[in-house]
Write a protein that binds this ligand. Structure first.
Ligand code: URA
Length: 303
């Protein structure tokens, strides 16, 4: 049982609260002061964050967070509002997160309008359809070159990435950089991103719904970068982007094709660097995949 309020002097109470947070997946503090998510008044997940963080964009209307179909017996909530419980009602508050297909539709419309990566970033900053945004500190869009020939797609930002606002900057990212250096590539040669743009709480795997909502942005990103080759890292990214089922060990090392906006891009699923940190013996397999990618890049140079 966790006390609602803990006195700053109540050390055993603090210890209990910290233990409970750890169990709930909280693994670090993001800000000097805590955020009371329950005190967000009428904001749906993501919206309060967007309003706080994106002041330069004030003139632009927020990208609509699509509303679920109103329930038959009650009046529809105002757009982007949750139903505040009547006073004295102890039932949990329900946030009307949009059904994923409605959110994905809104994402598709928003992404389509972005003519450049900067515009796409601005659209993502204002997009409220992905609930991951509510608990993440930053948007992690990409790092590397905007028009790289090799695009790398991982699973989701972790803690370090959330703090830095960039994908793959933690230990796995450092290993990824070393792997790329081994085939002669630096950050300026690649475009690195993830299948979702915000850190899932506790670093859990993103849900299919979260992936689905971010997908239109990723497709638009691929279209704008127009890479010659895509490399996916780990099972979840291979499943999310290439529809691969049955495990990354079986799928890795075999070329696939991804069609985005009428353009076919060769794609290579390989092992995730976080897995390689835990299982160094897998590095020889990843090395083979990297060599295949290098060969492909050299073969298609100037085409
Ligand atoms: N793992 C990922 O899949 N992506 C990151 O950005 C960091 C770690």
């Amino acid at each position: 049982m966790v006390p609602a309020m803990i006195d700053a002097e109540d050390r055993p109470g603090m210890a209990t609260l910290l233990a409970w947070w750890r169990e709930m997946g909280v693994d670090g503090a993001l800000d000097e002061s805590g955020t009371d998510w329950l005190a967000r008044e009428g904001a749906v997940p993501g919206q309060a964050f967007a309003l706080q963080k994106v002041e330069p964009q004030k003139a632009e209307p927020p990208v609509a967070s699509p509303r679920p179909a109103p329930a038959a017996q009650r009046s529809a909530p105002a757009p982007g509002r949750f139903d505040a419980p009547p006073a004295g009602d102890t039932a949990p508050r329900r946030f009307p997160t949009a059904p994923p297909d409605a959110a994905a539709l809104s994402a598709r419309q928003a992404a389509r309008g972005a003519a450049t990566l900067d515009a796409l970033r601005a659209v993502l900053e204002r997009f409220d359809g992905c609930a991951l945004k509510a608990t993440a500190k930053s948007l992690c869009f990409y790092r590397g070159r905007p028009d790289a020939r090799l695009m790398i797609v991982g699973e989701a930002p972790g803690r370090e990435e959330d703090l830095a606002g960039k994908p793959f900057v933690g230990r796995a990212g450092q290993l990824l950089d070393k792997m790329l250096a081994a085939i002669g590539l630096g950050e300026d040669d690649v475009h690195i991103t993830n299948v979702v743009y915000w850190r899932p709480p506790g670093n859990r795997t993103p849900t299919p719904q979260e992936v689905q909502v971010c997908r239109p942005f990723l497709e638009r990103q691929i279209e704008l970068v127009a890479p010659d080759v895509i490399m996916t890292l780990g099972g979840p990214a291979a499943t999310a982007l290439l529809g691969i089922e049955g495990g990354i060990m079986r799928a890795r090392g075999r070329w696939r094709e991804l069609e985005v906006a009428g353009r076919k891009v060769p794609a290579m699923p390989t092992l995730h660097p976080a897995y390689l940190l835990r299982t160094p013996i897998g590095k020889r397999l990843a090395w083979r995949d990297l060599l295949a990618i290098q060969e492909r890049l050299l073969g298609s140079r100037g085409k």
